[in-house]
Design a protein around this ligand. Structure first.
Ligand SMILES: Cc1cc2nc3c(=O)[nH]c(=O)nc-3n(C[C@H](O)[C@H](O)[C@H](O)COP(=O)(O)O)c2cc1C
Length: 405
């Protein structure tokens, strides 16, 4: 892997991870993910953000570093904006190769270096606004930006090149190959990346949306020429695009989101599915865009992505052992953990003899502050009148979503 020049003194070194395993052990990454590190050179040399030993990352990092003409033992400082192991898992190996490099992070970050890696020497905790002079006029400034996405996180600013190193903020899934900069991608490629960016946000960052807004406020006064995150594209042509995109995503958390409806359904024998089809006919008749997701067939990563950006939801499931259909209970639990609040929602479903999903569902969504339309349940297969009622419910939901402000 080669190094990519951001300015005369700043280089991006990235590792493309195409391993079949899941990101954070949960989220599928069919397009892979990149782990981006950066070299900043003054008289002294700083490496910003590291890697874990995953998918050949150490060799890719070593090759890219070699491409800059720098060896590991020449690195004076390792700056860790975020301690999550995808950026730090290789820390003990790094320490062996770069024994003199001082490890710099927030005080909370330094505590995590000690607890995760049992490294106790050569550590420096920095405070909000503190600077690091690399010489030759190159001064880095550290700004605490907690909870993007762990409590210890900070961003690093290089005023000379106008580069912001925000670690997980402004990141995305997707490997980069030989093209790391926004201006190296076509519009169609950007559209594909944008989907992976939203999925990354919904999966990883959504719960911390208020902190994203705070961090953007904090860097608002900076003349940012380049946003250099730890995953995904480096934004040198239009850095405002990715910052604006993150602010838009952060606003979804407060609701309302896009005037779209995400239909999430599960069914054992097709009775609930017939109801879903009727509701969807109603939504389509009102011209509101919708996406459809069957659980458990579809991985919750993509379900979360569309649910997060949609103002309206349909939750459709049968009763199962006097409670919710288990895959739907699991999805709703993930929605609760990810703070999927402020949605307008229709619940429908079939039952056999006495039902039971209702009570279970109502308890599950209680913390989510959803606006619920009156739900529609039926015994066994839906008859013509029920199907008509379901279609009308779809229209009602679509109109409610269009009316949302
Ligand atoms: C394992 C299992 C458990 C069920 N538990 C209940 C129940 O507790 N209460 C009830 O009214 N119906 C129960 N049913 C019946 C289903 O809710 C009913 O068959 C419904 O029509 C299934 O909808 P579907 O065709 O969309 O899967 C159960 C069915 C199965 C297979």
């Amino acid at each position: 892997m080669k190094a990519h020049k951001i300015s005369d003194s700043v280089y991006c070194l990235h590792a493309d991870i195409e391993a079949p395993d899941l990101f954070e052990g949960i989220w599928p990454i069919p397009q892979g993910v990149s782990l981006n590190s950066y070299i900043v050179k003054g008289e002294k040399i700083a490496l910003i953000d590291l890697i874990r030993d995953w998918g050949g990352a150490p060799k890719q990092l070593a090759d890219a570093l070699k491409d800059t003409g720098i060896s590991f033992d020449q690195v004076d400082y390792l700056i860790l904006n975020h301690l999550e192991p995808d950026h730090t898992g290789w820390l003990r190996e790094f320490r062996q190769k770069s024994p003199k490099a001082e490890i710099i992070s927030t005080a909370k970050g330094i505590n995590l270096v000690k607890s995760f890696y049992k490294i106790t020497e050569g550590l420096r905790a920095v405070k909000d606004g503190e600077t690091l002079d690399l010489g030759k006029g190159k001064v880095l400034t550290f700004r605490e930006a907690p909870n993007i996405h762990w409590p210890e996180t900070m961003v690093t600013w290089d005023g000379e090149s106008g580069t912001l190193f925000p670690c997980d903020a402004f990141g995305s899934y997707g490997i980069l190959g030989d093209r790391i900069f926004d201006d190296e991608y076509t519009e169609a490629e950007h559209a594909a990346f944008e989907k992976e960016c939203l999925r990354y946000y919904a999966n990883i960052v959504a719960s911390f949306s208020a902190f994203v807004e705070k961090a953007v406020e904090k860097v608002a006064g900076l003349e940012i020429k380049c946003v250099a995150p730890s995953h995904g594209i480096v934004w040198r042509k239009n850095p405002k695009t990715i910052i604006g995109r993150y602010l838009k995503y952060a606003a979804y958390a407060k609701g309302p989101a896009e005037k779209e409806i995400a239909v999430i359904w599960g069914s054992m024998y097709g009775n609930t599915k017939q109801g879903v089809d009727a509701v969807v006919r109603g939504i389509a008749a009102e011209g509101v865009p919708y996406t459809i997701h069957r659980v458990p067939d579809e991985n919750v990563s993509w379900v979360l992505m569309d649910v997060y950006k949609s103002a309206g939801l349909v939750i459709a499931m049968p009763t199962y052992e006097y409670a919710m259909f288990p895959p739907m209970a699991n999805v709703l639990d993930i929605f609760r953990r990810k703070h999927i609040t402020g949605k307008t929602v229709l619940r429908i479903g079939s039952w056999g003899w006495v039902g039971g999903a209702k009570k279970d569902y109502e308890a599950a969504i209680e913390p989510l502050k959803w606006t619920s339309l009156e739900s529609l349940e039926w015994a066994g297969a839906p008859d013509e009148a029920t199907l008509k009622g379901l279609e009308e419910k779809g229209r009602e939901l679509a109109r409610a979503v269009l009316a949302v402000r």
